[in-house]
Design a protein around this ligand. Sequence first.
Ligand code: AOS
Ligand code: ZN
Ligand code: ZN
Length: 426
Amino acid sequence: MIINKDSIKQYNKSETENFNSDFAYLSDKLTKSGANVSEIVKKIADFQVAVPSWALGAGGTRFGRFSYGGEPATLEHKLEDIGLIHALTNSAGAVSLHIPWDIPDDVQAIKEKAAAHGLVFDAMNSNTFQDQPGAQQSYKFGSLNASNEDVRAYAVEHNKEVIRIGKELGSKSLTVWLADGASFPGQLNFQTALSKTEQSLKEIYAGMPEDWKLFIEYKPYEPNFYSTTIQDWGTSFMLANACGERAYTLVDLGHHLPNSNIEQIIATLMYKGKLGGFHFNDSKYGDDDLTVGSIKPYALFLIFNELVYGIENNPQNPYPAWMIDASHNIKDPLEDLIQSLEAILMAYAQALLVDQKALKDAQLNNDVVRAQEILQNAYRTDVRPLLKAARFQSGAAIDPISAYRNLKVREHLISERGLNVKATGL
Ligand code: AOS
Ligand code: ZN
Ligand code: ZN
């Protein structure tokens, strides 16, 4: 073990003094304004976000990939990396596996390894956007939407195989993201492509165990640049309804056209009980891989405000599955994930501070200024002492990035695994 509870505890000692005074000040202020601080800290400590198995290596863009050194070469290494992040933050207690990039050779051993790091298996991810070595059919012109029946059946079967693997691991859900679409007008008949997709998803849904959920992801463009068959939340929602009650829409923050009102999409889906999963990232233009909260933290807060409202007021909606879906090529991927977790928990904590009763009153009285003040008061609160308290109380690091650097985690990984290893995946 590169780090353990003792080394973290030891390191925390150097941070305790500042933390104690910051927390005492904030806690006092919030308590006076009517907030239940210990309840909020507990909610923050309980919030767990899955890390995908493809986010641990130095990611790539199509223009280049720069190895970071000490990258995980095996699934075991990837679980160790997530274990490290979880030990430092106490908020990354799940892994989301990608098949076939991370097929476990020995399921039992992988389950034990995950359990040793306190990790559970969240949603499984299938891949019908690449042809694998030895593939009998090609996805070049589509997968679940393919007009060629052999290709479509092959893609459906792949998803069923992913369910079989996930079942052995103890996962309870499948996320389907499709690259299917067209790069040029005329390439596809939209209606045929959509009806094939619906048929395929229904077949996959029928192949799931009774206690599984299906998450249907949408994306407006990329890799196809003219049309994507599941382009938006409405299409995903329609397909989820066609499949059945255990099929849901999955919202990936980066999968919207610029300036889309994502928080309103969240509200609509939760109202209808159909928000199943969530992929966190950030973007300035049309990408889906930047660190969460690095570009639009206020939008993230507004999204969390709807999530918190929905979790409290929409029993028809299951508790959503959270995952970070970001991977860039210039940062240490573990530091990047720790930064993303921090941004997620800050937005969550700020949303928990929103005085829902006062907001409702302001809305009923059409007091627009007051409503905005209530939201912005919550957003402008420096909630970091609450996050630190949640981590400190659960034996994680008060300041995870500083602990990661001071405990020389990357240096240890490089000395154990070498400088020139390349993670499988993107
Ligand atoms: C792709 O853009 C989607 O966000 C997927 O959720 C994911 O990144 C991909 O499926 C990798 O497996
Ligand atoms: Zn995604
Ligand atoms: Zn994406």
